[in-house]
Write a protein that binds this ligand. Structure first.
Ligand code: GAL
Length: 366
């Protein structure tokens, strides 16, 4: 494997190529470390935007030893052009036992000419030995022409981070049980809607999904079941405050990234301005469900009102002891989404849980 990079371009935002010289396609992504067969590696999962917004080619995976040089591991969740493709060997192995009706439901979420697959995130479940991917499942389907009306969470599983991932389904999640509440453009009818989402795995192996809901007005944090494949509690019986919480109500936050550092939980996110960048914010808590104390904008240098032209997607805690944390931001290029940039920057911590996102070009974390 050819190691060409020894630094991150940061806000210089140079095109980032994989070890074969192809542009990396892992937008809205997440990086984490797994030890597989005794071998420790970093894994980067993200949106493949080779063809721009659509056709949607699915979710791609890369692996690395040093966070700078990434090997393409291919598309790990594949989309399809028509239901006929369920007859192809690849899809037969994954979905062969499903009924026609079930296949049609899967097709709605994987239809490359109509679906939207955004912000994929992955967890490893120690109990089941499976890798679980969650993503924002949206897009058009018969009777719905909007790209963001479906607003569900897609969940897929595999025996390997390199896939192939099998889609289990797509779901509406928790909702505030008051038909007369204020739920923005979703209204009560579309309760449980999910748009930008992320996952968080706590030290006790409890996992959470963090997502924008109620017409993006509110940030929900919901506990997952033991397999990480669905909510911990049936959404019609779930108890607000115990199974899930509603946070930053009416503040329109998205692009959530949660992490644990030293003795606090941190949650960073952005405002809702589509592909255009806006000021980031962060909050700290003593529990993943909150309550969250708002800390303001972590950016300290020029360009802070646009998060240096980026939107958060993940924070990598590289080395807690040494205090090495990396912010992964997307610099979306709406006119050519496949060429959107990856702006990775250092996060530094001060007293009283203060956190600062630094503006840095061509920097190394070691
Ligand atoms: C952003 C969101 C992206 C994508 C985009 C579509 O606000 O963070 O993931 O959904 O809107 O306009």
């Amino acid at each position: 494997m050819e190691n060409r990079y020894g630094s991150f371009s940061g806000t210089a935002d140079a095109f980032w190529y994989d070890t074969e010289g192809k542009l990396i396609q892992a937008h809205g992504g997440q990086v984490q470390k797994f030890v597989i067969n005794g071998r420790e590696k970093w894994y980067w999962i993200g949106e493949d935007k080779t063809y721009g917004y659509r056709p949607c080619s699915g979710i791609r995976m890369y692996s690395s030893d040093d966070l700078y040089n990434w090997k393409d591991e291919g598309i790990v969740l594949r989309t399809m052009g028509s239901v006929d493709e369920f007859e192809d060997e690849y899809f037969k192995i994954l979905y062969g036992t499903l009924s026609l009706e079930e296949k049609e439901a899967i097709f709605t979420d994987l239809d490359k000419n109509n679906c939207v697959i955004e912000r994929p995130k992955m967890l490893y479940n120690e109990k089941t030995g499976k890798y679980v991917v969650w993503f924002h499942a949206d897009g058009r389907f018969p009777g719905c022409s909007g790209d963001y009306d479906k607003a569900k969470a897609g969940v897929a599983v595999s025996d390997s981070p390199k896939g192939p991932f099998r889609l289990l389904g797509s779901y509406k999640l928790n909702y505030h049980n008051d038909p007369n509440g204020e739920y923005g453009f979703d209204g009560w009818e579309k309760r449980g809607s999910v748009r930008d989402l992320n996952l968080f795995l706590d030290r006790d192996k409890t996992a959470y999904v963090i997502y924008s809901s109620e017409g993006n007005r509110t940030t929900f944090i919901s506990k997952l079941n033991e397999e990480y494949t669905n909510l911990a509690a049936d959404r019609d019986k779930a108890v607000e405050g115990k199974d899930f919480t509603r946070n930053f109500i009416g503040e329109f936050r998205e692009a959530h990234a949660m992490f644990f550092y030293r003795d606090k939980y941190y949650l960073m996110n952005s405002g809702c301005t589509a592909w255009s960048p806006n000021p980031a914010r962060y909050a700290v808590a003593d529990h993943p469900l909150g309550p969250w104390t708002e800390m303001g904008n972590p950016c300290i240098e020029e360009g802070r009102e646009t998060t240096y032209g980026t939107q958060s997607t993940c924070i990598i805690v590289v080395d807690e002891e040494k205090g090495i944390c990396i912010y992964m931001g997307d610099r979306w290029r709406e006119e050519d989404l496949g060429k959107s940039g990856y702006v990775w920057l250092p996060l530094v911590f001060g007293p009283k849980y203060g956190m600062a996102l630094k503006k840095e070009e061509n920097w190394s974390y070691e």
